[in-house]
Design a protein around this ligand. Structure first.
Ligand SMILES: [Zn+2]
Ligand SMILES: [Zn+2]
Length: 573
């Protein structure tokens, strides 16, 4: 679900103007600051600057207070064109703005003014500062001039702004919830994963975290098998010539890791597609084999600036459940029906019931004939319809190499996420010159569909962790049942029960500590173990079990058979 174009533009204008407001406050409070750029972003705005003395978190409050004063003053915001000569004179002490001026075509540059403040700017503002009341500053971080680490280190102040007060309040509420259930915090509490200085941005999975990731893989593997996908494994480090051919070297160089051995240059794969294509090219393919669905858990590395890393949401290495489907163009529609049904099943299994579909269509600089685009877009439309899904059209928002289905899910805090992808690709088949033999015995180019069900497993893990607040579905939990003998006298009884449950492949732990019952329960709750079997003298004498759920609800006097029946019930995917 996207904002309407109108609303999106409105927000962009407000946020861009709020960046000026921030800069105005900064220049009043810290006049020696050198401003660089301050754009609107998807969620808000930021301004990058070189302060005389580094800002601290606490300064944000002072800056926000000044911004509020400037809102109250309600300065008109005006725009004009001035000569580059004049602009250079105004910015004679600011090398960043001078560089920006040099980069602007023509003899004049745009200039905006509000009260005592001016800024280099293309334009597009609200009429006056009074319209910017619903803003907040959200953070302080490091950045680099032109996002390049070789350049000057800057400071970034980020914020957001809305049209209506209610929208800002909703945003704040959502932020508070998100902070409360931050996956980095819960992940630490549950001992699932860590991040360490020796590998910034690379997750370390602890035993329980690795268990969950492997369970996710098992789940996906099962789906692959039932839908005729074949699993492949491709190398992590590949000759740089491959990345030159794929175009990644030219366009994605900044995000790639390289290494050189015996004077040969290699790159660590940032994507899995070229490896899959090399496997496709090893054999001659007949139309009878298509669609050929080659799937892999592809572990990719993508360099990101440390400022944008965010726990499992944004890492520098992650695993994609990545399928490349080599289809004849006429097979696209049937494949899309199946893909959409599969995505739907996967996402609802994890409790994401609200799923929104959209199709991104041909952009301006697209490759491929109109006919090919029309066929593909119709296939996506018909595929979604036949799968029983309604959808929106995002006109002109597809990638240059093909249309795409955008799948958005909403979590328990109302946040939107994109995990699954279905991307049609006309470019790679052409670029790598792949073909199959059609029913007339001629060579024909297949279409590739890049499909991921969960997307980055790391990111999905983080989203799921926050969505369920650490309470994973029973089938996914590293420990499903903790058996708690109240004293050591019940330890034998506990072991008997544990053995029977383990025989059923349930994952069991016994708390053998000498802590009091309340402490044992607390530990199990913190570990988010869904079930506790509490065994006291009474239970042992009557050969029964008290089943205590993690939320505190209890069932007394159950026999083992009843517990097993209940466990089988929830241990299903
Ligand atoms: Zn502006
Ligand atoms: Zn791909």
């Amino acid at each position: 679900m996207k904002l309407t174009k109108d609303k999106e533009l409105k927000l962009e204008v407000i946020r861009h103007s709020a960046a000026h407001l921030l800069a105005q406050a900064i220049m009043q409070l810290y006049p020696k600051t050198k401003l660089t750029i301050g754009p609107a972003t998807k969620d808000g705005f930021f301004y990058d600057m070189l302060p005389e003395e580094n800002f601290k978190e606490a300064d944000l409050e002072i800056i926000a207070a000044r911004m509020k004063e400037l809102v109250a003053k309600n300065y008109p915001i005006t725009h004009e064109e001035i000569s580059k000569e004049e602009a250079r004179r105004i910015y004679k002490d600011n090398p960043f703005k001078l560089e920006l001026i040099d980069g602007i075509a023509g003899e004049t540059v745009g200039f905006s003014r509000q009260g005592d403040f001016y800024d280099l700017c293309r334009g597009g503002h609200v009429a006056s500062t009074g319209l910017l009341a619903n803003f907040m500053l959200t953070g302080l971080s490091g950045s680099y001039w032109r996002a390049d680490q070789k350049n000057a280190a800057l400071q970034r102040i980020s914020g957001t702004a809305f049209e209506a007060k209610q929208e800002l309040e909703n945003y704040v509420k959502q932020k508070e919830l998100a902070a409360l259930y931050d996956h980095r915090k819960i992940g630490k509490e549950m001992d699932l994963f860590s991040f360490q200085e020796e590998g910034t941005g690379f997750p370390f999975y602890h035993p329980k975290g690795a268990f969950i990731i492997n369970k996710l893989k098992d789940f996906i593997r099962n789906i692959w098998q039932t839908h005729g996908y074949q699993e492949i494994i491709t190398p992590t480090v590949l000759d740089v010539s491959l990345w030159k051919q794929s175009g990644h070297y030219a366009h994605y160089h900044k995000h790639m890791y390289f290494c050189c051995i015996e004077e040969k240059e290699y790159a660590v794969k940032p994507m899995n597609c070229p490896g899959s294509i090399l496997i496709y090219k090893q054999n001659l393919h007949s139309y009878r084999e298509l669609p050929l669905r080659l799937a892999e858990f592809g572990h990719v590395h993508r360099f990101e600036l440390s400022g944008v890393l965010h726990g499992m949401f944004r890492t520098r290495a992650f695993t994609i459940d990545d399928t490349h489907m080599y289809c004849a163009p006429e097979q696209l529609e049937a494949q899309i029906v199946s893909s959409v049904q599969t995505i739907d099943k996967v996402l609802t299994t994890f409790g994401f019931k609200q799923i929104h579909y959209a199709i991104s269509t041909k952009p301006e600089n697209a490759i491929g004939s109109d006919e090919l685009w029309d066929t593909a877009i119709n296939a996506l439309k018909n595929g979604l319809s036949k799968a029983g899904k309604s959808f929106e059209i995002y006109e002109g928002e597809g990638a240059f190499y093909g249309p795409k289905i955008e799948v958005t899910i909403f979590d328990s805090m109302g946040r939107a996420w994109q995990c699954s992808t279905v991307q049609v690709d006309f470019f790679m088949p052409q670029n790598f010159d792949i073909y199959y033999i059609n029913n007339k015995g001629e060579k024909q180019q297949p279409v590739i569909v890049h499909q991921a069900l969960l997307g980055s497993l790391e990111r999905f893990f983080g989203i799921l962790l926050e969505d369920c607040k650490g309470h994973f579905p029973f089938w996914l939990c590293p420990t499903q049942i903790k058996i708690i003998p109240i004293t050591e006298k019940q330890l034998d009884y506990a072991n008997q029960i544990a053995d029977k449950l383990k025989d059923l492949n349930l994952r069991i732990q016994i708390d053998e500590s000498s802590e009091p019952l309340s402490a044992k329960i607390k530990v199990a709750q913190l570990e988010r173990i869904p079930w506790m079997l509490v065994l006291g003298q009474k239970e042992m004498d009557n050969n029964t079990i008290t089943l205590r759920y993690v939320d505190g609800k209890q069932e007394f006097g159950l026999n083992l058979e009843q517990v097993i029946t209940k466990a089988k019930e929830v241990n299903r995917i």
